[in-house]
Design a protein around this ligand. Structure first.
Ligand SMILES: Nc1ncnc2c1ncn2[C@@H]1O[C@H](COP(=O)(O)OP(=O)(O)O)[C@@H](O)[C@H]1O
Ligand SMILES: N[C@@H](CC(=O)OP(=O)(O)O)C(=O)O
Length: 353
């Protein structure tokens, strides 16, 4: 079960999520959590401000105060001990001072900086479940076996992750059963051994990776909408849930910008043949969207519409392309979104910078 930042924005939401998990007493879920609310955005903003504010002012960055307030208030309202996060909050402040001194925020430091969000949310939630009498154990994905490429801010999960995660979670469960509470979004670079992140929204990928590693029956991704909708609800308020999708359809929607799922997250589920259910933590009885390998295609012609902004369409027309090959190899495809090859026309859709 994965819960995104929108499901964990406050102490009240944490209570609700705990209640939801405990409402399946016969299940033994693995729980994956994102950072609370908008914490990742605030950490990134704080990092950017630190670059230019000068070391003495780093402690006064507004986003740092917002992050501190949210986490300390949540701990207080849940009746937990502030020592759960105080070490992280102190270190975060030191890190921002360091960034301010260096006047530089590398991609590697950026990943370390944002990791504080998931490290804190999982510790708070795990402590809360334990307080409720439900035994839980917190895991940092980078210590659990999530091994990634060293592409900071957009790392890819390596194959070695699956056996490593399975071994650790099985072993711990046999030794001392407790609900695992795992940080989403984070990994460990295989060469650098530094904290990496899986790209924005990467906790969905953490969840499907664990699903495949353990061969689970189902992967549930809990959001703040009634499933994957026919359109982004911020663009069209009357969008309705799509009850069934295939992995390919969901991956395609995510790739073309439907923010609801991480673009890579369908891959492990597809490889493991594990259904993904997208549910609403604010409306738990809504059926949501079930994503599987195949579905009945007879009823729907159009599944969902994605709007992608800042793109340009380029048509290249030349009769010299007829019967030729190797033309595409010469095209710089760094910003390529889609390509339509015809006999002597190439239509490109590229990102606008
Ligand atoms: N086609 C779509 N279906 C559902 N939600 C969408 C779609 N396109 C964009 N969204 C947005 O995605 C949000 C959910 O994704 P996200 O914010 O990543 O959730 P979480 O933080 O809970 O993981 C919704 O609140 C909605 O605004
Ligand atoms: N906290 C990270 C990872 C994530 O998956 O978040 P969410 O589940 O809230 O989209 C982010 O904001 O990108």
């Amino acid at each position: 079960m994965k819960f995104g930042g929108s499901s964990l924005a406050s102490a009240a939401r944490m209570r609700e999520v705990a209640d939801l998990i405990l409402s399946f007493p016969e299940e033994t879920p693995v729980v994956v959590l994102s950072a609370m609310g908008k914490t990742t955005n605030n950490l990134l903003l704080a990092g950017e401000k630190a670059v230019s504010c000068g070391a003495p002012k780093a402690s006064e960055i507004n986003e740092l105060a917002v992050i501190k307030k949210l986490h300390l208030r949540t701990i207080d309202e849940l009746g937990l001990d502030s020592s759960i996060v105080s070490g992280f909050l102190d270190e975060l402040e030191q890190l921002l001072k360091g960034v301010a001194m260096m006047k530089e925020l590398t991609l590697r430091t950026r990943d370390y900086l944002v990791s504080f969000g998931e490290c804190m949310s999982t510790r708070i939630f795990s402590a809360y479940l334990n307080k409720l009498g439900k035994k839980a154990r917190q895991y940092d994905a980078f210590d659990l076996g999530f091994i990634t490429t060293d592409d900071f801010t957009n790392a890819d999960i390596l194959e070695a992750t699956y056996p490593a995660v399975a071994k650790r979670l099985h072993g711990d469960w046999i030794d001392d059963p407790a609900i695992p509470i795992v940080t989403g979004f984070l990994g460990k670079g295989w060469k650098s051994c530094a904290v990496t992140t899986l790209g924005r929204g990467g906790s969905d990928l953490t969840a499907t990776t664990i699903g495949k590693a353990l061969g689970l029956r189902e992967i549930q991704v809990w959001k703040d909408v009634d499933g994957v909708l026919t359109c982004d609800p911020n663009i069209y308020a009357n969008a309705v849930p799509v009850p069934y999708l295939t992995f390919d359809e969901a991956a395609e929607l995510a790739y073309f910008g439907a923010q609801v799922l991480h673009p890579q997250s369908m891959r492990p589920a597809r490889e493991g043949g594990i259904p993904v259910r997208v549910k609403n933590s604010y409306n738990r009885h809504a059926p949501g969207t079930v994503i599987t390998k195949t579905r009945d295609m007879r009823k729907s012609i159009l599944t969902s519409i994605v709007l992608k902004s800042n793109i340009t369409m380029l048509d290249i027309v030349s009769t010299r392309m007829l019967g030729q090959y190797g033309f595409l190899a010469k095209v710089n495809n760094n910003s390529l979104v889609a390509l339509f090859p015809y006999s002597y026309t190439l239509s490109f859709i590229v990102r606008r910078f």
